[in-house]
Design a protein around this ligand. Structure first.
Ligand code: GUN
Length: 292
């Protein structure tokens, strides 16, 4: 039997509708309009398109969207000065400095300069610490989106074997920690595989839930998947172009073959992608509510 396709697009829309109501209520009852400020240094096309999408999504929900675009040669000091200004601007509830930054700027120095209470990316060490001890304020957006997809697709997590492929700071490590917590939507037994893992299929085949963030096309093939598993594909690989001239996107999972084995699977595009921005909006609304 072919797997059920988990539409991130549909789940994201449901959550955005819920958030839209929260935003309207914040405005009506408290006169607060949640505001997100994005900062882009340079003109990397993928970054430009992500940042544009983030701003549009804010505006659609009735939130404020601020944006700073700086030339690629901007110095670290100037960027830190801007972050400091945004930290002190009461209209800005969330700050997002789009990564990657140009090589001459110390990325960590910039991320650590963001007020942890405005760090809607959840990348600041204070927020990473909060996440690890189960007191999260801003769960990082992609892992938060993955967890929502798992839960809202009706996949049980309690006692489930969750296998994560990939150990990045942005996806692999945080999602492993989140699925491990003693909480609803988690409570799983978690295994993390990576580039030095011996005999990867032995691990992946045990996963009731398989989360793939390997950064490599076809990293997971059909023989590596437990029949009936829920497979979450976090990969974004651009391969050639479609007829309309747009880059064609594929994930890290061999979708066509794996969908014949899995119970549920997320597509690329239209799976995890739309969830990431939605969770950013959710964190921004949360940041705006902190002052209440
Ligand atoms: N670049 C690619 N993904 C992200 C993200 O989630 N946050 C930031 N700040 N930069 C990114």
């Amino acid at each position: 039997m072919t797997a059920e396709i988990i539409s991130g697009k549909d789940v994201a829309q449901t959550i955005r509708d819920e958030l839209g109501e929260e935003v309207a209520e914040l405005k009506r009852k408290h006169g607060i309009v949640p505001g997100l400020c994005t900062v882009l240094v340079g003109e990397d096309p993928a970054s430009v398109s992500y940042v544009t999408a983030k701003g549009r999504a804010c505006e659609k929900l009735g939130m404020n969207s601020f944006h700073h675009e700086l030339p690629a040669e901007t110095g670290e000091e100037d960027l830190l000065k801007l972050v400091d200004e945004l930290n002190r601007n009461d209209e800005v509830h969330g700050i997002l400095v789009q990564l990657p930054l140009p090589k001459h700027i110390d990325e960590n120095k910039v991320l650590y300069a963001i007020d942890p209470d405005k760090d809607v990316d959840g990348f600041h060490p204070v927020n990473v610490g909060r996440l690890v001890i189960g007191e999260e304020l801003f769960p990082p957006c992609t892992p938060a989106g993955i967890q929502e997809l798992i839960v809202r697709s009706g996949t049980p997590t309690e006692g489930a074997e969750v296998v994560v492929v990939g150990r990045s700071n942005i996806v692999g490590k945080p999602i492993a920690i989140m699925m491990l917590q003693k909480k609803a939507g988690a409570n799983a037994t978690v295994t993390v595989c990576h580039t030095r893992t011996r005999d990867m299929p032995v691990h992946t085949r045990r996963g009731d839930i398989l989360i793939v963030a390997a950064g490599k096309r076809n990293a997971v093939t059909a023989e590596m998947v437990k029949p009936g598993a829920t497979v979450i594909d976090v990969g974004v690989n651009r391969i050639g172009f479609t007829a309309s001239g747009k880059a064609k996107l594929v994930g890290d999972v061999d979708f066509e073959a794996v969908k014949e084995v899995a119970g549920k699977i997320t597509p690329v595009p239209g799976g995890v992608g739309p969830m990431t921005i939605t969770m950013l909006l959710k964190n921004t609304v949360r940041a705006a509510k902190r002052g209440l």
